[in-house]
Write a protein that binds this ligand. Structure first.
Ligand code: NAD
Length: 507
């Protein structure tokens, strides 16, 4: 069913649709246009974190499966069936692909919701529409991004050609399974590359469906391949592969660093990294609207269960408004997100992705309290939702920037509020982190706000808002948050390489 027609689905409708899907789940790889099992027959379980029940056993790929997929992608690339397809024809395929994503919105939404616990309302209002938009934006780039004729000497003609890289390996996380994948496959495919996607093992069920829809849209076999499997097996083999020209990775900083090593150990492939964050929001006493600020504070950390790379996890609040800010956060934020069944359209907070993540996040909150943070609310699991991997929205006050909760990425619904006295102090603390993904500044004084924007070490800075953005601006981080940019023209270009062509003109 289409995205439009499911807007008024009830909880019962979603459960009925999920039941209908059960028997039809795609659990293999997708190589050269065919679904296939792992060559060595390996399988791993994927679990519904809302219930703890096994959803399916999925093909566990290893180096042999990666070899097969890369060979298929390499063959397809060299054949020119995609890379040399006329630009407007390639655009047409991708537009049809985007239409098919929307047309199959019900199924695609359910797959990720079951697999990683995301509220179905988020899937149909955020993830799936944005996957389609990403594909359309990148398709639009195809005949807009140009090479150049350079101003070289008169007896030469200098051309800069922009060409695809070849086989791209994409390794993706589970927090927005299809959206994060689309930030890679859409620019890679639009630019004429072929692809092997290795989705996260916590959320493997949707990737093969996307590759199938690409083919249904007219994409040639072998262009969009998927190998499921564990990171240390399939992911590592893909990143080490000698015929992969770029590895495009979104995930943790620790694994991002491994990608750089794998590239060095193999063929010096390009490495695009989108990694973790510990993003600050700085609330100055002269902020324009306390209501909007508080809403952005809890929304910025409770949305998607806090499993968001650019979550605003460190909230720096000027001491003059500290008490009022905390009171309003407690009054308005405590019940703003409702943990519950992800397939209930009224649920705004699902479980964390695994039971292990639930335990890890609760332990981090406890460690924060042991180090002196004050628990205002949360820090526990909703008993009624056992055995789901839920964590209640949590607020920690009186946090210091050197505490573990302010230094490590928690990746859960845990807000840490840190008081400050001067703007310089806030800026120093905001930058005192290994990460540099996003930040915000809240102030009525545009001069002070822009001085902070200049001083903040992050790839994205919002003023008097949070998590704003569309495809006109680059998405990505500084420092150990990454080295590339998604969602923009730069992203498309990063899946191309230039070739300088010199023509000697006759006298
Ligand atoms: P992760 O690093 O554990 O896994 C990401 C992917 O890497 C998965 O597909 C996994 O199978 C694979 N992998 C793991 N070990 C590997 C290895 N040794 N070799 C090759 N591949 C390997 O991250 P995660 O837990 O899936 O995702 C959460 C992280 O992603 C957070 O740190 C979050 O901040 C980050 N993230 C960043 C962005 C961004 O745009 N900057 C967006 C979303 C998520």
């Amino acid at each position: 069913m289409t995205l439009k027609s499911v807007q008024n689905h009830s909880r019962a409708d979603w459960h009925a649709a999920a039941d209908r899907l059960q028997g039809r789940l795609q659990t293999g790889h997708f190589i050269d246009g065919e679904t296939t099992d792992a060559l060595d027959g390996g399988r791993f379980e994927t679990v519904n974190p809302a219930t703890g029940q096994v959803l399916a056993e999925v093909a566990a790929g290893n180096g042999r499966d990666i070899d097969r997929a890369v060979e298929a992608a390499e063959r397809a690339f060299r054949s020119g069936c995609w890379s040399r397809m006329a630009p407007r024809q390639r655009m047409k395929v991708l537009y049809r692909f985007a239409d098919l994503v929307e047309k199959n919105g019900e199924e695609l939404a359910i797959l990720d919701s079951l697999d990683m616990g995301k509220p179905i309302s988020d899937m149909i209002s955020v993830d799936i529409p944005l996957v389609a938009e990403t594909i359309r934006f990148m398709a639009e780039c195809i005949d807009k991004v140009e090479g150049a004729v350079t101003n070289t000497r008169a007896d030469h003609l200098g051309l800069v050609l922009r060409e695809p890289l070849g086989v791209v390996g994409a390794i993706t996380p589970w927090n927005y399974p299809q959206l994060m994948a689309s930030w890679k496959f859409a620019p890679a495919l639009a630019a004429g590359n072929t692809l092997v996607l290795k989705p996260a093992e916590q959320s493997p069920l949707s990737a093969v469906r996307l590759a199938q829809l690409f083919m249904e849209a007219g994409g040639p076999a072998g262009v969009f391949n998927v190998v499921n499997g564990l990171g240390e097996e399939a992911g590592k083999a893909l990143a080490l592969h000698m015929n992969v020209r770029k590895v495009s990775f979104t995930g943790s900083t620790a694994v991002g660093k491994l990608m750089l090593q794998y590239a060095g150990q193999s063929n010096m492939k390009h490495v695009g990294l989108e990694c973790g964050g510990k993003s600050p929001q700085i609330f100055l006493a002269d902020l324009p609207d306390m209501g909007a600020a508080v809403t952005a504070a809890y929304g910025g950390i409770y949305e998607n269960m806090g499993e968001v790379c650019n979550a605003g996890s460190r909230l720096f609040v000027e001491r003059a408004i500290y008490d009022e800010f905390l009171e309003r956060f407690e009054a308005e934020g405590r019940n703003a997100y409702r943990p519950g069944d992800p397939l209930d359209p009224d649920t705004s907070m699902g479980p964390l992705v695994t039971k292990a993540d639930q335990e890890r996040v609760l332990a981090m909150v406890k460690a924060g309290c042991d180090e002196g943070a004050r628990l205002v609310f949360g820090g526990d699991a909703p008993q009624a939702l056992e055995p789901g991997a839920y964590v209640n929205p949590t607020l920690l006050a009186d946090v210091r920037n050197d505490m573990s909760v302010a230094r490590q990425e928690i990746f859960g619904p845990v807000a840490s509020v840190i008081p400050f006295d001067t703007v310089d102090e806030a800026l120093t603390m905001a930058n005192d982190t290994d990460y540099g993904l996003a930040a915000s500044v809240w102030s009525r004084d545009i001069d002070r706000a822009l001085r902070l924007v200049r001083g903040i070490e992050a790839g994205m800075v919002y003023v008097n808002g949070y998590d704003l953005g569309d495809f006109t601006q680059p998405f990505g981080g500084w420092k150990q948050s990454g080295n590339t940019r998604d969602k923009c023209l730069d992203s498309y270009k990063s899946y191309t390489q230039t070739k300088a062509c010199w023509v000697q003109l006759s006298e």
